[in-house]
Design a protein around this ligand. Sequence first.
Ligand code: URA
Length: 440
Amino acid sequence: MIGMRFADLLLKKRNGGTLSAEEIDFMISGYVSGEIPDYQMSAFCMAVYYQGMNREETIDLTMSMVRSGETLDLSQIAGSIVDKHSTGGVGDKTTLVLGPLVAACGVPVAKMSGRGLGHTGGTLDKLAAIPGFSSEVATDAFIQQVKDIGICVAGQTKDLAPADKLLYGLRDVTATVDSIPLIASSIMSKKLAAGADGLVLDVKVGKGAFMKDLTQAKELAELMVQIGIGAGRRVTACLTGMDQPLGYAVGNSLEVVEAITTLKGDGPRDLLELCLVLGSEMLVLAGKANSLERAMSLLQDAIAQGRALKKLQELIVAQGGNPKVISDYSLLPLGQHVTEVTSQVAGYVTGLDALAIGTASMQVGAGRRHKEDSIDLGAGVLLRKKLGDPVVSGEALAVLYSSAPPPAEAADTVRAAYCMAEQPIPSTPLVMHRVDGSMS
Ligand code: URA
């Protein structure tokens, strides 16, 4: 790439041109090695934000980011390995339920997860609420644990797609996160580097998600599916609603309790439905079932017979956690300040802004504003009312948990998240669309 100058590539992209695979490789390797500084890369992200990237460029960018670091070789693990990824939501504790559930049906789960930032929580933070649980697992031990018990959930090593780590940090502070080609390449580079044969994508749509409307979400889902297929993987995407939080619990310990009750067969309807839908897709991709209906009944059996809960217990033990949390929730940290947020009006809940609830949860200490912030694992928001529920004036809408008295703004944020009307509105389906790339 002698003679190539990044300033020329910036000009080309700013003017709406198309970058070649070689040019994209030059950019990513130059950025990771430090030869291309943050200020130039910021300009690139902003140019992409406005000019976009075509499908080929996005695939080239993804593959270049995959090559920027190591890739996991999971070939020692018998069976087809299927990963799942959610684009991020509020109260999304799906991995805690889905991992043990799918593993209990005989599909190995080798899951690399992340920490949360902003109003969306991360799986690792939720698992950290379990006393003793460690998500720092070396690669060899990670593979061995999946071979031994069929599941490991660990933090992503910094060696996987390091270009994404750098780029994401930059996008976060340059208002360039919500660009479809940048999101697609970011997610898919990590997932391809993590080595699974198949991938189920849960693309969230609505106020609490990156993708606020169905058209954008479809575009993102189709692009990610095409990238996966181009890289030889089997990929399916489900577009699911994120207008209201998933389940009732938002905040780390609270979400662990809700995940355990779901594995006991007693969880919220929407969370259970989502886990069964995504789990069915995973079983079909892994070849464990030849139809979604058959897969669904295998998953339901695993819950009913207690096998999914037992798998969670095995996971907790294997990663140093105290398995007694499954029967004794008081072993989980929980904020001692308990504050009811009551409704000042009567009616039916016709709107419940997931983003606002995520923000309230951050205000009581459950989430991070900056990636170096520490979090209160026992803090959060437990909803008492969700869309469609009737509310009497003075009744509790939600309960705040925090280790110090909560800031007054948190209760206001929760109250403002609710829209109330005299008549209920019809409910919308949780799964809004499906992109099936497994047959391609
Ligand atoms: N999640 C990611 O991993 N990357 C993005 O760009 C957005 C969400």
